[in-house]
Write a protein that binds this ligand. Structure first.
Ligand code: GDP
Ligand code: GDP
Length: 462
């Protein structure tokens, strides 16, 4: 089942990222302990009462597409532009999220900006079966004490219904808020799980920033295939999936409606929003990350790439508009290096240089996606894994720390989709990031896994 997406909206400094970190809990800390991950995160998995959901901090979704490394300074309350920015956030959230948490600050009381955001949210909700969608929960943050909680009712004047006083800093009040959130999402409780139809097709999401050429590529991919089988309405909102066969392989393109509908740029609002892209990625096996060769690689590209990685999906990078680039024989290599560097966590992904306009190399896209999906489903025998682990240690002995030596005992593959290996060691802490990376590279040297993430899970055994 697709995980619901919950968006945090509010003006700067009300405590959105503090709440985000609290909801993301330990998981975030685990991810962030990986050296070299500098990308700011705006999404994380969370759960409450057994219900999984994705939380998105819209404060991190930037309407201005900034070149990587330029490090735009976040807008503050004093900035004249911040109201523009939260307008953008609110609109992005209301279009594509399943629920919204509107965060306000009890310290500052009701502000004109709070009024404005509430109004945007209210105006853009849709009434479906007698309920307003998506639901909005009004959360009054920084209620650290009783005195402050007593001030919270002031926010009823925003006309958003019930209020939820919390302290994101101390974690108080969040339980009631989460109970209400889960209720408003109306997802099936665990146990009432409906078995999904088994779908053997390769599920592909086409993602990338606005204007990268997603709709043009979609037309190329589908246009060349006359045997379109059916249009399958997606499970949530208005997503439409499109299925067809490519040389005997069933393919499902995820959320083609989301890509196509916004055929022209709406100024100020993203055509294909980050939230919508996240939802599509969540349902896919393989993501085609479309990059516009005529512009620099930006924070939006990095955010989407980061989400693909965090969701453990496979990737093909499609550099589009290659026709519009002045090239000499080094350009492709130079560009590859640049992508590797800017999206450095994705050094195992294949990169295709195409033109949706002229059709150059677009016929390579589906075969590559299918290949990457096959790699995703690979299963290695336990003996092959242990041979690889032994050989790896011969080539590059395991490290020691404070007189203790890392011992790799044995490994086994516990699942595919994506390939996941359990490796038993004497002490997981002794396995540094660099050695783990080395082992991952060894797996890739021997077995490929092109475009596919592999997970190495360490387990302690004496
Ligand atoms: P954002 O800009 O909305 O993401 O806000 P931040 O999460 O960065 O928080 C802004 C400031 O408010 C920081 O200094 C936080 O430590 C503080 N803050 C956040 N939540 C609380 C809270 O529940 N109580 C108090 N007293 N301060 C908080
Ligand atoms: P989307 O927002 O990612 O769906 O992008 P579109 O498919 O709507 O394309 C955005 C703009 O880029 C349009 O004006 C297209 O004509 C143009 N475009 C798309 N692909 C190419 C390409 O391969 N080469 C060139 N030169 N322009 C392209």
């Amino acid at each position: 089942m697709e995980k619901p997406v919950v968006a945090l909206v509010g003006r700067p400094n009300v405590g959105k990222s503090t709440l985000f970190n609290r909801l993301a809990g330990e998981r975030l800390a685990v991810v962030d302990s990986i050296p070299g991950t500098t990308r700011d995160r705006l999404h994380a998995d969370s759960d409450w009462a057994g219900i999984d959901f994705i939380v998105v901090d819209t404060g991190g979704i930037d309407p201005i597409d900034v070149k990587i490394g330029e490090g735009r300074v976040p807008l503050s309350v004093g900035s004249a532009d911040f109201i523009k920015e939260i307008r953008f956030q609110a609109k992005a959230a209301i279009k594509d999220a399943d629920a919204i948490i509107l965060v306000v600050d009890v310290e500052s009381g009701v502000t004109p900006a709070d009024h404005e955001v509430s109004e945007i949210l209210r105006k853009n909700q849709k009434e479906i079966d007698g309920e307003w969608k998506p639901p909005v929960l009004l959360v009054i943050n920084k209620c650290d004490s009783k005195a402050r909680r007593d001030l919270a009712p002031e926010f009823f004047e925003l006309g958003m219904g019930e209020i939820y006083p919390i302290s994101a800093l101390h974690g108080t009040g969040t339980g009631d808020m989460l109970d209400a959130l889960i209720q408003s999402l109306k997802v099936d409780q665990p146990g009432s799980f409906v078995e999904e139809e088994i779908d053997e097709s390769v599920k592909i999401a086409i993602v990338g920033k606005p204007n990268a050429g997603k709709s043009s590529l979609l037309n190329r991919l589908v246009g060349s295939e006359r045997a379109i089988v059916s249009n399958i309405p997606g499970t949530t909102r208005d997503a439409i999936d499109q299925s067809f066969e490519y040389k005997d392989t069933p393919i499902t393109l995820i959320d083609t409606a989301g890509i196509r509908r916004r055929g022209r740029v709406e100024p100020g609002v993203e055509k294909y929003s980050v939230i919508r892209a996240m939802r599509a990625i969540e349902r896919a096996d393989v993501a085609l990350l479309v990059i516009d060769a005529t512009t620099s690689i930006t924070n939006q590209d990095a955010h989407i790439a980061g989400f693909i990685l965090d969701a453990w999906k496979s990737t093909v990078v499609v550099v589009n508009k290659w026709d519009a680039i002045e090239k000499d024989s080094y350009t492709m290599d130079g560009y590859k290096k640049k992508i590797m560097n800017d999206l450095n966590f994705m050094d195992y992904v294949p990169i295709l240089f195409v033109s949706a306009k002229t059709g150059q190399r677009t016929k390579d896209i589906l075969p590559m996606a299918i290949k990457v999906q096959k790699e995703r489903m690979v299963r290695l025998s336990t003996s092959a894994i242990n041979k690889l682990l032994r050989k790896s240690q011969e080539l590059h002995p395991t490290p020691s720390q404070a007189g203790r030596h890392l011992k790799i005992l044995y490994g086994t593959q516990v699942r595919s989709d994506p390939p996941t290996f359990l490796i038993f060691v004497n002490e997981p802490k002794l396995m540094h990031f660099s050695y783990k990376r080395y082992l991952e590279n060894r797996f890739r040297e021997e077995y490929g896994f092109e475009g596919t993430p592999i997970r190495l899970v360490l387990k302690k055994r004496e």
